[in-house]
Design a protein around this ligand. Structure first.
Ligand code: ATP
Ligand code: MG
Length: 169
């Protein structure tokens, strides 16, 4: 099935990692494609090196992406990442495929919405797919089997606590 974790509150990526741990309890492996990211210091990337059941593939670059005017290199990296993700889905390389930040990639049109939605609609019956990120487009929500909207009630960011190792990245 297709699950979508969206909204402005914290917990989308970490919920998908929790799903990966639970799935492993039943023998499923996970591949997480991290769009818009390439930082080997992320906790999940560090952890995956020590875990056989989860493979984290960072398919972005370690730079700020200007969503209003994305750099051609960022568009190319999204395209390459998506081609790799499609391969993994078609070949059923894992029981769970996480497309981290795909919602925002689609919202900002870094990949064509129609193409991605059509592919996910066709293949979501073959394995479990989770997309994360703020602002999931309506077309994606329409074809999803489960959608959770994370709502911020409080976040320590607003009292000046910046991103913490092991908890925020
Ligand atoms: P996490 O990876 O912790 O599950 P997320 O995937 O829901 O968070 P993203 O939009 O991917 O959230 O942003 C990731 C980073 O931004 C994390 O460092 C997270 O703590 C921070 N963040 C998430 N939500 C908020 C918020 N409402 N205000 C400020 N910072 C936030
Ligand atoms: Mg996230």
């Amino acid at each position: 099935m297709l699950q979508v974790y969206t909204g402005t509150g914290k917990g989308k990526t970490t919920a998908s990692l929790g799903a990966a741990v639970r799935a492993f309890g039943y023998g499923y492996k996970t591949i997480m494609f991290s769009f818009l990211k390439d930082d080997s210091e992320y906790g999940e990337a560090r952890a995956a090196k020590q875990l056989d059941f989860i493979d984290v593939r960072q398919v972005g670059r370690d730079a700020f992406v200007n969503f209003h005017n994305p750099d051609p290199i960022d568009l190319e990296m999204c395209r390459n990442g998506w081609e790799m993700a499609k391969e993994a889905i078609l070949n059923k390389e894992a029981g769970l495929i996480i497309l981290d930040e795909m919602n925002i990639v689609l919202l900002t049109k870094m990949l064509p919405l129609e193409e991605v939605v059509a592919f996910l609609k066709e293949h979501k019956h073959d394995l479990e797919i989770i997309t994360t990120g703020r602002g999931a487009p309506e077309e994606l929500i329409k074809i999803a089997d489960l959608v959770t909207d994370m709502q911020e009630v409080k976040h320590y960011f607003h009292k000046g606590v910046s991103s913490r190792n092991g908890f925020d990245h």
